[in-house]
Design a protein around this ligand. Structure first.
Ligand code: FES
Length: 153
């Protein structure tokens, strides 16, 4: 649990061919991993743009995981390499905006790696739980309270 006694919300952008298949296999194999994850299936992580990642935080995610095929195994040749670069750019932007870059992580898994996928979910949930709720969420909550009470700083 985080400082607000609520579970963190993690958005996971998963490529259809590997990461989503691994998540599916984890589910059918009844592997245990935290239920905090909201999976967004994508044809390939190469489709991700930096603004998708930032938008997830704006929409209330406490953490974001990008899960693509293993390096050298992307079905669209280099989509996961493109995603890796965009994730690094987004991590820098997060840091400049005052968010911990550890809230965003990219991993690579094969379709058969259900155990590894579950482990990555556990790791990011643990990391983000330790960091507490996203500062963006806290800022929004403060703004909403101010709007409701009519008290502005
Ligand atoms: Fe999986 Fe490109 S198809 S990362």
């Amino acid at each position: 649990m985080n400082a607000n006694n609520s579970e963190p919300i993690i958005v996971a952008f998963c490529c259809h061919y590997c990461a989503y298949a691994a998540a599916d296999l984890a589910g059918s194999g009844r592997l245990q991993y935290p239920p905090n994850i909201r999976i967004v299936r994508m044809p390939c992580t190469g489709r991700l743009e930096v603004n998708f990642l930032m938008k997830a935080f704006e929409a209330g995610a406490d953490g974001v995981l990008v899960a693509g095929c293993e390096e050298g195994s992307c079905h669209f040749k280099e989509g996961n390499y493109l995603a890796k670069g965009r994730v690094n750019t987004a991590r820098q932007l997060l840091e400049e905006a005052g968010l911990e870059p550890q809230r965003l992580r990219m991993v690579n898994v094969s379709a058969a790696s259900s155990q590894k996928f579950a482990e990555y979910i556990r790791e990011i949930v643990e990391t983000v739980t330790g960091l507490g709720p996203s500062p963006v969420k806290k800022m929004e909550k403060r703004t909403t309270n101010q709007e409701q009470t009519g008290v502005m700083p």
